[in-house]
Design a protein around this ligand. Sequence first.
Ligand code: FEO
Ligand code: CA
Ligand code: CA
Ligand code: CA
Length: 676
Amino acid sequence: VATTPPPEKLLGFTAVSKSLADTVVVPAGYTASVLYALGDPLTANTPAFKNDGTDTDFENRAGDHHDGMEFFPLSSTGAASTTAVDRGLLAVNHEATTDEKLSSFFLHANGGTMSLPRPAAEVDKEMALHGLSVAEVRRNGAKWEYLKDSGFNRRVHQQTDIELSGPVRGNALVVTKYSSNGTKIRGTLNNCGTGKTPWNTYLSGEENWAGYFTRAGTDNAARDDKSVVSLNRYGRSQGAASRHGWETGGTDDKYARWNISKTGASQDGSDDYRNELNGMGYIVEMDAYDKTRAIKKRTALGRFAHESASFGKLVVGQPLAVYMGDDSRNEYIFKYVSNAVWAAADATAADRIATGDKYLDNGKLYVARFNADGSGQWIELSISNPAIAGYAGYKFADQADVLVNARLAGDAVGATKMDRPEWCSVHPTTGEIYFTLTNNSNRRAEPSGSSQSAPDAANPRAYTDMKGTAAQQGNVNGHIIRVREGAAGSAATGFTWDIYLFGAEADAAPGTVNLSGLTVDQDFSSPDGLAFSTATGICWFQTDDGAYTDVTNCMMLAGVPGQVGDGKKVTLTYPRANGSTLSVDTYVGKAATADTLKRFLVGPVGSEITGIAETPDGKALFVNIQHPGETTLAANAADPAKYTSQWPANAGYGAGKRPRSATIVITKNDGGRIGT
Ligand code: FEO
Ligand code: CA
Ligand code: CA
Ligand code: CA
């Protein structure tokens, strides 16, 4: 007798509770397994990871701080595929390391050197831990495993040659001793969010790269003022120490390059690294299937603190749109529109990097302005725009200068300062674009100084206490905004928007803070990673939270959103010291229900949940656990009893007890799709 399985129900699982346990929690009926962790060997000859601070050869191991990630299917014969479900390549961003006072302490036997100069051996290790990796993974029965000896495995780190591509290539701003014609740079740094092109390549966003460099406080007279304006606008000041002191590792160029002071005599920067900072901060494209092909920084997409890059709905004969956020307080949302129009045959083009050249090297970059009436504009960042050409704050030389200094160009045209734009993703059916705005401690009803800004319609919350402490001011819990393009689609210059969800604790005031009506099964704070499943349409999003960690570790939720305009207008009011009231109108989407939003996963202690990738059938979901145990003190690096987390060792994975960033794979025990 044939039996019919029960119909699949999206969000049919039982929500998981908030958790402070040092483990990964998923709903009943699901299994989460550790797949690929910091230090895992990527060649047959690389020794097993001892995880005691004595390991070396990180150019052939998984890097640290797994972040964004994409799955590239492989056919049974090892060919690039868009449909294979049992075998593929995971391309992974290795954003950073767990550090304190310069040193990545879990990677060194004694916690490492906390003062300058840093020993070369420690610097070499730390440089190798940052970048990208590609690892082959396969399903073996019910279990997934990574293959340490696959020929596809690859590491990209700070000594890897990367091409500069697009309008900035060859510009005076990127001339260095390493590339006197300004066409290449070594390495990609602080890789955070990801994207996947319609032609099956990997995109990686370079985020907090600026902090790895140092420029002497006495460097001013030897340089033009423009470079100081640019340095300051990207969050750095002259004389500020670099994050790890890599420039002190030795006299070799590979260390010297992190010092962007003028040390040579040239006029053009070809004898030192004064321009090195201009080679970081891009969307990077890599063909995960072919390690013989050049990796390219796509400069036409602008230079800022990149997170993910998400393509708008594809329409044959129309340009491609790529959406992006700049994650820093009060920074902007961007859209790139290609000059080339989409040709369906390019989805399976044999030369994927040449396809990237076609779509990603020639186009227009726009920045978003959100209006109080729920409309918005994309403003082109062009040197021919009088507001940019005549900007008093910075004299742009050419279009390459506009792209390198996209933040300054956004200032020039009056773009809307947002609450830290992190990931974005495009709804597979509505085509609307969702952006996480993780939080903003500098959003204040009465801003003071240039770093703070007042609430506006798109960033409306600016409380002094959202059930947090007085130290947690501003928009503590973040929100998710979404955009519907105008009739011109990818090329539209006008849009409408609303706020899909406001992060909040369930018992926060419903009329002012918990505006989406979150219950204990749904409450979250500081949304960061976000990606729609192309298999189920579920909107997965993840948290990177500092305000809520007394109550729960970071988490991942599953949403089934409606669309822009399905909710209502809300007016928030703020009393001011002078007795007046500031009133802000905003637009909030339909309140969450048990059918539209559920907590799916909670991670181990001290971790951020990030990275979302799936097999094309939606039956395996890959997620990254980033920096478990980062709250451990460096002085305790060799004392497991004092680690704040021992994950994934406590989940039975690998040697040693030092916590490790890792990729997990989630499967449903009945073989069904994830999130049902
Ligand atoms: Fe690397 Fe903005 O998160
Ligand atoms: Ca992020
Ligand atoms: Ca974050
Ligand atoms: Ca993090």
